[in-house]
Design a protein around this ligand. Structure first.
Ligand code: FAD
Length: 295
């Protein structure tokens, strides 16, 4: 099923992100994860591509398994930096053969070795896909409520975001953030710029203090005072910090859904136990939003 069709339903979507295990680990480890995520009934599950040292080849295999073995809708991430059009098409061909018709089309981070790239920006990849044989894929694009780290201003980033949507992106998934007000302002600005596609809010539960350092250095997410207090108070109590991190993410999602976000994309970090805890905390809210209870 195409994700843009799922997003047409009159309720917010809840989706999950997983990443392929590193090449030295058997692929079955992620299959156990998917089997445990399946009963949580996500609207779709996304599989990252080469991020965090994971193997690129495994993305297609895992996206296919999630869809064909577990009956989930899969979204395969795809980056284009350093790839030729033929390489991109080979992956799209494999996805098509497996029945996966949803791609999160991105540029990717510049390669340390540098070098020329056919595709310079995600909009080039999106345009390329829309003009070719795979034009009927549902295409998502990445968005950054606090601006992409390389971009001098949020305003300029927004111009490039609009280019991606004009090139054919059907929906947007955001970078993680901890301050919902930043997301709300971002969506208002996106709408004012004439971008009308659904914007799915990326939420990552923080489970340990190392993770925070990594997040801040990688994507520069702002840390609101309430979140900073929790993190510093339980810095040396790992179980308490994980508990508080999951509670924070749950509250963040309830607030996003109450505000009217089009959907929430949960970065599960391949932790079905964490996803389950968060989804349990949302069960009544989800039922109310899905119309099976009076709101
Ligand atoms: P672009 O949209 O091309 O933007 C990159 C930068 O270039 C921005 O600063 C933008 O403002 C600027 N820009 C865009 N167009 C132009 C133009 N025409 N002229 C001048 N400047 C321009 N990475 C992975 O490797 N694998 C993954 O699976 C993965 N999944 C992700 C999922 C999400 C939800 C998000 C938010 C990010 C993910 N990333 C992943 C990270 C992503 O690859 C990086 O953030 C990357 O640096 C930018 O990718 P992009 O598609 O947003 O790039």
């Amino acid at each position: 099923m195409h994700i843009h069709e799922i997003l047409r339903q009159r309720r917010p979507s809840i989706s999950f992100e997983i990443f392929p295990p590193k090449p030295e680990y058997p692929i079955e480890t992620i299959y156990t994860t998917i089997a445990e995520l399946k009963p949580l009934a996500p609207d779709f599950i996304s599989v990252t591509y080469g991020a965090g040292g994971s193997s690129r080849e495994r993305t297609v295999e895992i996206a296919s398994a999630a869809q064909n073995r577990w009956g989930l809708v899969s979204l395969a991430h795809l980056t284009c930096m350093g790839s030729t059009p033929a390489e991109v098409e080979e992956i799209l061909e494999e996805l098509e053969q497996e029945g996966v018709r949803n791609v999160l089309a991105m540029r990717g981070d510049p390669r340390p070795e540098g070098g020329a790239s056919h595709f310079l920006h995600a909009s080039d990849l999106i345009r390329h896909i829309r003009r070719g044989h795979f034009s009927d894929f549902s295409l998502g694009a990445a968005s950054y409520p606090e601006g992409h780290p390389e971009c001098p201003s949020l305003e300029e980033d927004l111009v490039h975001l609009k280019e991606k949507v004009d090139a054919g992106a059907d929906f947007l998934v955001t970078q993680l953030f901890f301050d919902n007000e930043i997301f709300f302002r971002f969506v208002d600005t996106v709408r004012a710029a004439g971008i009308e596609v659904p914007v799915l809010a990326g939420v990552m539960p923080v489970l340990n203090s190392r993770q925070i350092g990594r997040i801040v250095s990688l994507c520069g997410a702002s840390i609101p005072p309430r979140f900073a207090r929790i993190m510093s108070r339980y810095e040396h109590s790992p179980d308490a910090l994980a508990e508080a991190g999951m509670a924070y993410a749950t509250e963040q999602i309830i607030d996003l859904l109450s505000w009217g976000a089009d959907g929430v994309h949960l970065y599960t970090m391949n932790r079905p136990d964490v996803a389950r805890r968060i989804m349990e905390g949302l069960s009544t809210v989800r039922r109310a939003l899905n119309g099976s209870e009076g709101v």
